[in-house]
Design a protein around this ligand. Sequence first.
Ligand code: ASP
Length: 471
Amino acid sequence: MQNRVYMKDLKDNIGKEVIVAGWVDIRRDQGKMVFFDFRDMTGKVQCVVLPNHAEAIEKAKEIRPEWVLKVSGIVNKRPEKNVKADVLNGDVELEVTGIEVLNKADTAPFAINEDTANVNEDLRMQYKYLDLRTDRMQKNIRMRHKIVKLIRDYLDKENFTEVETPILTKSTPEGARDYVVPSRIWQGKFYALPQSPQQYKQLLMAGGIERYFQIAKCMRDEDTRGDRQPEFTQFDLEMSFVEREDVMALNEKLLINIVQTLYPEKKIQEIPFPRITYKEAMEKYGNDRPDFRNDKEDKNLLAFGWVVDFPFFERTDKSDNPQAEGEWTFTHNPFSRPKDEHMPNLMEKKDISNILTSQYDIILNGYEIGGGSIRNHEYEALQKVFEILGHKIEDIEKNFGHMLHAFKTGTPPHGGIAWGLDRLVMLLQNEPNIREVMAFPKSGEGKDLMMNSPSEISEKQLKELDIKLSK
Ligand code: ASP
């Protein structure tokens, strides 16, 4: 649309006739005059249609909330007594000279000019495109973009390369259940959707990329509970030739930069971020993501911290039978490297429960917002981890042969981290759950209520995949 002016720029056009486009927010018909609030992605303005614009007033009497219009009008200063301070366009209004209806709208199932926080969430999800029009959602989505853009710009300056890793991949041993995708060409075989780009990013280090990051979708088929989503976004990063302190320092600087640049109203409680060992955290707070805030009422207080020195291994769940000794499993990531002083015990498979990993978790206001580690880049050491985990030699070769082989071909020491991006945005935007900062979240039962997915597929599709359903 030529010569269109955004609502945010109306203040620079006082006295001029302009064209604006957007949605009708609310309309107040006062008989002789019609007022309506008019909205685009940058904000709102009050429009006034006066009786001397006969054609416009006729149209204005027809319009309803959420109709899409092109409006021409003169930007007038409001009389002093009507000025609303601290509101965008609080001191101007648009005297409408013409209205063109671009699209009509059915009555929306909930009000869009109000916060939808108290509207039934299933209804919001079913009509997500309407929910997205609300002021709070617009802000959340745009701030999310700004955070991601800042990360990209920051890391680009720090010589990082963003690399996309595959979505169709192979089961990874990262703890959760995989989503699988049947192969048509290789009937009976399946891809897995990535739970994280862990193996690929390490293989990028083997590939000499040295400094990688990605805004990566991750999929985990976990039982839906609490604030989980079947798919979520990680800000994922890996660096070569680094030690724990290097990765932690870079992440700390980046987080501080995000807050100071995009959230100047917020205060970081302590810089450098305080550190606590896993053992201290459990003893003092009873959990491994303590809330360090000294004032929990202050919505602008950010208490970041690091948790370090986690045990590498733990016994698998013994809850059913406390007598039974579980097998060993890893607490975080099988590819982590023990702390240097614990390397000898790993190599000798001695005192396994006391081996500590180089893992570091970043916490914020009682949430874990990320975690990572220095990796085991040596073939023998990684092999030992898999032996402790009880993998048979043939299985190690079958599942991790590519990693082990890469590590025999000159892979530099490396380490990295991943942040739960949704969770960070949620905390910065003062939202109660991650669904509020995702454009198209799924319901608690893992459904996309707008698309109506998951859904059946056709007989033909099943046949092509050679899949038979038992019911
Ligand atoms: N891949 C790990 C995760 O998803 C993060 C990391 O160690 O970099 O938790």
